[in-house]
Ligand binder design. Structure first.
Ligand code: ASP
Ligand code: MG
Length: 421
């Protein structure tokens, strides 16, 4: 078995879906994991945001736009308007959901997951039906029945052991050997839909590859492979041919948008190679990620946006902040806030964290626990691995830097966002 993953950009229009068909070619024993089409997840996040402010009209308008967007794709694929029953049913469900939901703040994540999951349900339904329509026999599988996750919404992890018999059963004895399933979604033990974190489809594909003992996994993307930097931000970006798991995990963790940070572990555990390949050209080799690759030689620059800097000080001015680390981190964990950089002095602990809905609650709880907390938003975290003086001068110096942390090879800088400087 092989696992292919197609991101939202690669199925954003009918040409993308046709290209997916071309890439699959006559491949057999294949699980195809697909993300929501184009920017559908963002649109569904807006539907959810409307629901939060009880703006049913706004939610309805967003859904109507999504309907049109998907209809344009199916019309193009089927060379004329087509009523796909299962697509209709999904939209009807989504509309019903939005009509019926009595939003409560405690259930924010639960409703978020139920709503945004429709992106992948729609995309996979269309892809699967289209492939069958053009003669590529396949079976659509419902990953909510195959991935049992933690009882945690919006950023759930998959319980691999419990999911193994479920996914295996779904791909066995089917009479076909090509399967199409959703990235990004699963279900919790209580049966509610969960999502695995934004951009989580890579992780879905990796878990599936692990469970099915896949010979390889490939992520088809709109880039030539893994680059050492985002070319939009750093113009001299170059492609990296080979990476090992360790470097990849470091890169993903620092915010490189190659693949979701959770993707590597399931692959590494079974030594499954991961190919990052250009969607536009099947002949190009892309990047291969596997255990035996040598450490990467070129410098790597990563910019992680949407960060918040928390400066925490114990109110009684005690010099042993270390003793309070456990309190602080477990409190942040309770609000699911992730620290990307930690910096401490005698009485201060500075944390660069991902922005989140719960940041103000966490700050309040820290204050309650006896800490003074200063919060600065609009931050970004720049990581340069293998930095040189020249890279430092070009990209990191002289900007509104709040923290600079350096080891021999890596420098990390927390600074005010470029746009806000
Ligand atoms: N559709 C989801 C997102 O946009 C998951 C994914 O694309 O990996 O975040
Ligand atoms: Mg996506």
């Amino acid at each position: 078995m092989k696992v292919y993953k197609f991101g939202g950009a690669s199925v954003r229009n009918a040409d993308g879906v046709r290209n997916l068909h071309k890439i699959i070619g006559d491949e057999q024993h294949l699980l195809v994991i697909v993300s929501a089409m184009g920017k559908t997840t963002n649109a569904l996040e807006r539907v959810f945001a409307c629901l939060r402010r009880d703006d049913r009209t706004g939610a309805g308008a967003e859904i109507a736009a999504l309907r049109d967007y998907h209809a344009a794709i199916t019309t193009d694929l089927w060379h004329g308007p087509v009523a796909l029953e299962r697509v209709e049913a999904l939209f009807a469900e989504l509309e019903e959901l939005v009509r019926q939901t009595a939003y409560r703040a405690e259930d924010a994540e639960l409703w978020y997951d139920r709503i945004v999951a429709y992106g992948e349900l729609l995309s996979t339904t269309i892809v699967s039906e289209y492939l069958n329509h053009v003669g590529l026999r396949n079976r659509w599988i419902d990953m909510r029945r195959c991935f049992l996750t933690e009882q945690r919404h919006k950023d759930a992890g998959v319980d691999i052991e419990a999911s193994t018999p479920l996914l295996r059963a779904a791909v066995e004895g089917a009479g076909v050997t090509v399967f199409v399933g959703q990235g990004f979604i699963g279900a919790a033990p209580d049966g509610t839909t969960t999502t695995l974190g934004r951009e989580g489809s890579d992780y879905s594909a990796a878990v599936a590859a692990h469970i099915l003992d896949a010979e390889s996994m490939a992520v088809w993307k709109d880039v030539d492979g893994v680059l050492n930097a985002d070319p939009k931000i750093f113009p001299d970006a170059v492609k990296i041919d080979e990476l090992n798991y360790l470097d990849t995990i470091e890169l993903a963790y620092s915010g490189a948008q190659i693949i979701h940070p959770k993707t590597i572990k399931p692959l590494q555990n079974k030594n499954i190679p991961l190919y990052v390949r250009p969607f536009g050209d099947k002949r190009k080799p892309g990047t291969v990620i596997r255990g035996m690759s040598a450490p990467v030689q070129v410098p790597i620059l990563i910019l992680k946006k949407d960060q918040v800097l928390l400066t925490i000080r114990s109110r009684d001015f005690s010099f042993v902040l270390e003793e309070k680390f456990a309190t602080i981190f477990s409190l942040l964990e309770r609000f699911r806030i992730k620290a990307n950089l930690v910096h401490n002095s005698a009485v201060n602990l500075s944390l660069c964290v991902d922005n989140s809905w719960h940041i103000d609650e966490a700050v309040a709880a820290l204050r309650e626990a006896g800490f003074d907390v200063m919060k600065s938003g609009d931050m970004e975290l720049l990581t340069i691995r293998g930095y040189t003086d020249e890279l430092w001068r070009r990209y990191a110096r002289g900007q509104q830097v709040f923290i600079r942390q350096a080891t021999q090879s890596t420098v990390r800088v927390v600074r005010r966002c470029a746009a806000k400087r």
